[in-house]
Design a protein around this ligand. Structure first.
Ligand SMILES: [Zn+2]
Ligand SMILES: [Zn+2]
Length: 376
């Protein structure tokens, strides 16, 4: 295991990995969304994964570009491995194409015994690598996948014969020189598996704004409402699992005062993962209600003049923690959002009287299902 240094800025809530502002979800959350999108609208839904991987990672990979192709590629593949995408190796490098083999690819995590290749986000990321390296328009196709029982995923990156359109991307703004007064956090990287452990769990270190970008891709494919519903349901489930894991550790602080301990942990986890700075505004012991604001919410990055609040995943995180906190099914509504010009995002966690009651058994089953997936 190698140690990775992450730097947290208390003022604005940014977390830096190798000088780049980043956000750190658990390793399975992106592929879980992809699988759900595929179930809802079929294979065309995978375009959102491919496009996000390609367009959002390219400016970042550009910063690693060197004169020598081989050196360049080496740097990029190692960098992606430290971010937790998998163990990447080049198996063939030619003038206008290359082959990449990925061990333990993050993208295939929630799939097993699939009859198709599934790693579209990874293919997008590798197409971006190809474009940086070859300086021309490239695409990528997966030719073998662990989801089909293969020991690794194989990708073929090739020229599509069109010039690339260079456009200034959002992410370039988040590349900063190291600042003073940052707080250091450690993550651990396993170079053989290409996996990164942060806060006791396998995580992905994505460039800041990545998940919001993916959300916009989904919104353009599915529409706002279905995107919101899907992201909310999946993220809430995994947030309940995270909160229950904290509960089950039964730390001394938790045994002393469970509610205060969980609230503090929720604030700490959100901050250290680069999701924003939550500040609790209203909380009354014994009442299932919580109002909090979040500064610099990861979910609102890249949105301008939105008509409605857009932090669906952040709301779901609050709902999940609220559910664990109050020991009953809670929901969360965002009432202010930086995406529509507010100074911060505001969330109300409440008991939803209109929610269809989920039977105890099916709720237990879905939580178990998530726990199994999260521990893979
Ligand atoms: Zn694959
Ligand atoms: Zn917001």
């Amino acid at each position: 295991m190698e140690k990775l240094d992450l730097y947290y800025n208390r003022e604005n809530g940014n977390v830096y990995h190798e000088g780049i502002a980043s956000e750190i979800p658990d390793r399975i959350s992106q592929p879980l969304l992809q699988r759900r999108v595929e179930t809802l609208i079929g294979r065309k839904g995978l375009k959102a994964s491919y496009n996000t991987g390609k367009s959002y990672m390219k400016p970042l990979l550009n910063t690693l570009h060197q004169k020598n192709k081989k050196e360049s590629l080496d740097l990029m593949l190692k960098h992606l491995s430290r971010r937790g995408f998998g163990g990447l190796k080049c198996t063939e490098l030619k003038k206008d194409y290359m082959k990449i083999r990925v061990k333990n690819c993050f993208n295939a995590l929630p799939y097993s015994q699939s009859n198709k290749k599934v790693c579209f986000e990874m293919a997008g990321i590798l197409a971006a690598c190809g474009e940086v390296l070859m300086g021309e328009g490239m695409d990528c196709m997966e030719t073998a996948c662990t989801s089909q029982g293969n020991p690794y995923c194989d990708f073929h990156v090739f020229s599509h014969g069109l010039k690339t359109k260079e456009k200034k991307d959002e992410i370039i703004n988040s590349i900063h020189p190291p600042e003073e007064g940052l707080v250091k956090h450690n993550a651990f990287h396993d170079p053989l598996r290409g996996e990164t452990i942060f806060k006791d769990g396998s995580s992905l270190i994505l460039p800041q704004g990545y998940m919001a970008h993916y959300q916009r891709e989904l919104e353009s494919l599915l529409g706002e409402k279905p995107t919101k519903k899907m992201e909310y349901i999946l993220t809430k489930k995994s947030s309940i699992v995270t909160a229950n894991t904290i509960k089950n550790k039964k730390a001394a602080g938790y045994l002393h005062s469970p509610v205060n301990f969980l609230l503090r942990e929720m604030v700490k986890q959100t901050q250290s993962r680069g999701f924003g700075i939550p500040i609790v505004q209203e909380f009354y012991p014994g009442k299932p209600y919580l109002r909090l604001i979040v500064k610099n919410s990861f979910n609102a990055h890249g949105y301008f003049k939105a008509r409605k609040p857009v932090c669906y995943r952040m709301a779901a995180l609050c709902a999940g923690f609220g559910t664990a906190l109050f020991n009953r099914d809670m929901d969360c509504m965002e009432t202010k959002c930086t995406a529509k010009g507010d100074r911060f995002c505001e969330f109300i966690v409440y008991v939803n009287p209109h929610r269809r009651i989920q039977s105890g058994r099916s709720q237990k089953r879905s939580i178990q299902e998530m726990a199994t997936l999260a521990s893979l």
